[in-house]
Design a protein around this ligand. Structure first.
Ligand code: HEC
Ligand code: HEC
Length: 359
């Protein structure tokens, strides 16, 4: 089952990449002007209206503004319940941690640690990704093993090095004893004889997570505000497209939709200096093609979600960008491109409203 799922997702990812590369190739070969621009960064630095129009047309192919993502109609009492659960340490065995311990709402949904300590203080083996925008991904976790944020939430609760809860039923029983939860769950799930179950707990947490998608300056630019990005950031966006970063980092989350090998042009640990070599999807599927395959992470808020990569092995965003240039694309990035791409990525930074933070 898993083996097939991983294989198919990988294949689909690969096919999408190939199609995008072909589309790009056709676009470029039709328009020699763009080719010249690639070779001469200075020429585009002014961003006259024509060039800006071209860049916008390209960006519209690969990205989606948050304003264009359909809003789900989720009742506000469900979101409030999800928020309460998200911050509640009763969701861990010894009552020491909550979702917020590793995915802190005050720090863009991460803890900024390479690896996170769980309920027993033991460290996990992968870096905590941000929960912001995670619902826009088509799969969850570094190896894509859960399909959505609701299914994902079961994982940390039952994980011995995270919340360390022995079973879903154990947690449901514990929360049934809390009077406030009895009332709130009944309001949100009125049709169930027993409203507090592991499924309703994770469903409510998912509802809260689905609200975490603030607008960034890049979205404002995609929506037509030309001044929302500086010239340097626009150069970075152009370099991001021209260097084929968009083959993997595209869509509304700038990633999160495909499994890809980390290290297409070299061994990743030589560059990241990772202490442990993580096999990625291979550990689930045992399929040789899945070795070192990971979910392409979304890049929104990447400025704030350091340290980088599945093991948090790299501290600096510039260095992460440089490594991507060495490992994932055919030509190494110039230092000029590393700088402008980094500037562009910083324009993706956006914080959630205070209502989602702990009061
Ligand atoms: C002890 C730290 C810790 C706690 C507590 C924790 N997580 Fe995580 N979370 C992680 C780590 C580490 C990963 C990545 C694991 C992997 O990919 O194998 C992760 C992954 C995720 C993802 C996937 C994001 C993506 O881009 O793939 C979501 C969503 C998430 N957690 C939500 C939650 C929720 C909701 C809770 C509370 C029920 C929670 N987490 C509790 C550490 C934690
Ligand atoms: C072939 C697919 C692919 C291409 C092309 C690609 N990336 Fe990535 N990117 C990935 C994968 C997979 C990871 C996660 C690697 C890991 O940590 O295991 C990643 C991780 C990243 C990260 C770290 C994110 C984080 O939260 O840890 C950044 C930054 C990044 N990529 C930027 C870029 C830039 C800039 C380019 C273009 C120069 C690029 N990527 C091209 C697949 C790709």
């Amino acid at each position: 089952m898993l083996k097939n799922k991983g294989g198919i997702l990988y294949l689909v990812g690969l096919i999408i990449s190939i199609v995008i590369v072909i589309v790009l190739y056709i676009k470029y070969s039709e328009d020699p002007v763009i080719d010249e621009q690639v070779n001469d960064v200075k020429e585009v630095s002014s961003f006259d209206p024509e060039k800006e129009k071209e860049l916008k047309a390209q960006a519209d192919i690969f990205f989606t503004s948050i304003s264009q993502v359909p809003k789900e109609d989720i009742p506000s009492n469900k979101i409030a319940l999800g928020k309460m659960l998200y911050f509640d340490t009763r969701l861990s065995l010894d009552g020491t941690i909550s979702c917020n311990s590793c995915h802190d709402m005050n720090t863009y949904g991460v803890d900024n640690l390479a690896l996170s300590p769980g309920d027993t203080k033991e460290l996990g083996n992968r870096n905590s990704p941000t929960v912001f925008y995670a619902h826009l991904h088509s799969m969850q976790f570094w190896d894509g093993r859960a399909k959505d944020v609701e299914e994902q939430a079961e994982g940390p609760i039952l994980n011995p090095v995270e919340h360390n809860i022995p079973s879903g039923e154990f947690l449901a029983k514990r929360l049934r004893e809390v009077e406030e939860y009895q009332t709130l769950f009944k309001e949100v799930y009125p049709d169930s004889a027993q409203p507090i179950t592991f499924a309703t707990i994770t469903n409510a947490i998912g509802a809260f997570e689905r609200q975490l998608a603030p607008m960034s300056r890049f979205d404002e630019w995609l929506d037509g505000d030309k001044d929302a990005l500086s010239t340097h950031e626009k150069e970075g966006l152009k370099a991001f497209i021209d260097n084929a970063c968009i083959t993997c980092h595209n869509g509304p989350a700038l990633g999160g939709s495909m499994l890809q090998k980390f290290g297409l042009y070299g061994d990743y640990w030589e560059h990241t200096k990772s202490e442990v070599i993580d096999n990625g999807v291979f550990d689930l599927s045992k399929n040789e093609n899945d070795r070192y395959v990971f979910k392409t992470p979304g890049l929104r808020n990447v400025e704030m979600t350091y340290p980088y990569f599945h093991d948090g092995s790299v501290e600096s965003l510039e260095e992460a960008v440089r490594i991507m240039g060495k490992l994932q694309i055919t030509n190494e990035l110039s230092e000029e491109d590393v700088k402008s791409i980094t500037a562009f990525l910083k324009a993706l930074t956006a914080d959630v409203d205070d209502e989602f933070k702990q009061q």
